[in-house]
Design a protein around this ligand. Structure first.
Ligand SMILES: Cc1cc2nc3c(=O)[nH]c(=O)nc-3n(C[C@H](O)[C@H](O)[C@H](O)COP(=O)(O)O)c2cc1C
Length: 298
């Protein structure tokens, strides 16, 4: 999550049972151009599992970036080692990225996406995936352009595709389209991960019923990293753990600050999470209550 998933937050989620965490989206070309602002977002930890999400429009820029990451890994550069998997962004609603033809603007370009997937597959030795929406608009969704992306993903042998079953134009408070998510699952042998509005055991079960192989959680994890532990417990026992107490949220916040200080992460991440934890501690959290970054992403 852009401006959120610093190493301290990812570690906290991992300690609470998240199977895999992601470093926030970075433009592929920003890495090869060695833009400091983006390089400092690369903070993989040896103690947790994590992937990196790249936004790329051109095949050569993606290839160059992947080769650079691999070279840096061989040189044991701490900013690059421990990145296990690479994800391609086909969902970011940022007008800047869309105007460059990236993120969800690529969903209607199945041929280009196929080339990008092939580049990922042939250049990166670990797992490769993409995260996509159903299209930019309702009209694109109705044309089912997302199914074409799933076809090419299957042809290329992508390891999984995460689907956030909404278009860019859908208001953030609208529910996710579970039928479209199920349609994705039924139309491909590529494992589908479902994403959107999972906040508790009931919403997780609703998404799992579509047949997805896993769930990706964004907003609910930001202020409530215990969600992974609760969902795992429910999966294993069919029973619910109690909601975390105010004291437990306070302890989680303390742990976050401890990890953030150890890792010396930039101050803006700490300020963001402090606001989020305060909301949860004071019982004022609402899935949609959010600073600007959240509004623009969902
Ligand atoms: C602050 C913020 C930052 C986000 N950054 C990213 C990102 O870097 N890459 C991405 O694929 N999605 C990003 N998203 C979208 C989420 O991954 C997710 O698709 C969306 O929030 C819906 O899931 P949720 O209901 O679990 O939050 C971001 C969302 C928010 C709120």
């Amino acid at each position: 999550m852009e401006a959120c998933s610093d190493v301290a937050m990812r570690t906290l989620c991992y300690e609470q049972g998240a199977a895999l965490t992601y470093i926030e989206m970075i433009r592929a070309y920003a890495l090869t151009k060695k833009k400091q602002r983006f390089l400092e977002k690369l903070d993989p930890s040896p103690n947790i599992r994590q992937g990196l999400q790249l936004a790329a429009v051109k095949v050569n820029e993606l290839k160059k970036t992947l080769v650079m990451i691999k070279t840096k890994q061989q040189e044991q550069d701490p900013r690059f080692i421990h990145i296990e998997t690479i994800d391609l962004n086909l969902g970011c609603p940022s007008p800047g990225l869309i105007s460059e033809g990236g993120g969800p603007a690529l969903i209607k370009r199945a041929n280009r996406v196929k080339e990008l997937f092939e580049t990922l597959r042939s250049t990166w030795e670990g797992p490769v995936s993409a995260k996509m929406r159903l299209g930019m608009t309702q009209m694109e969704k109705e044309k089912k352009i997302y199914l074409k992306i799933l076809n090419v993903a299957e042809e290329v042998g992508m390891d999984w595709i995460t689907v956030h079953p909404k278009t860019v134009k859908d208001p953030s408070r609208d529910p996710i389209d579970l039928r479209a998510l199920q349609e994705c699952v039924e139309n491909t042998s590529t494992p589908i991960i479902g994403n959107g509005l999972v906040t508790d055991e009931a919403s997780a079960q609703t998404v799992l019923k579509t047949g997805v192989k896993g769930i990706m959680i964004a907003r609910a994890a930001v202020a409530d990293p215990f969600i992974f532990k609760r969902l795992k417990y429910y999966e294993e026992t069919g029973k619910k753990l109690q909601q975390p107490t105010k004291q437990e949220y306070e302890q989680a916040f303390k742990r976050y600050l401890e990890l953030a200080n150890q890792a010396k992460i930039p101050q803006y991440y700490i300020e963001y999470h402090t606001r989020m934890f305060q909301l949860k501690i004071n019982n004022q959290w609402d899935h949609f209550h959010s600073p600007k970054t959240m509004e623009q992403w969902t």
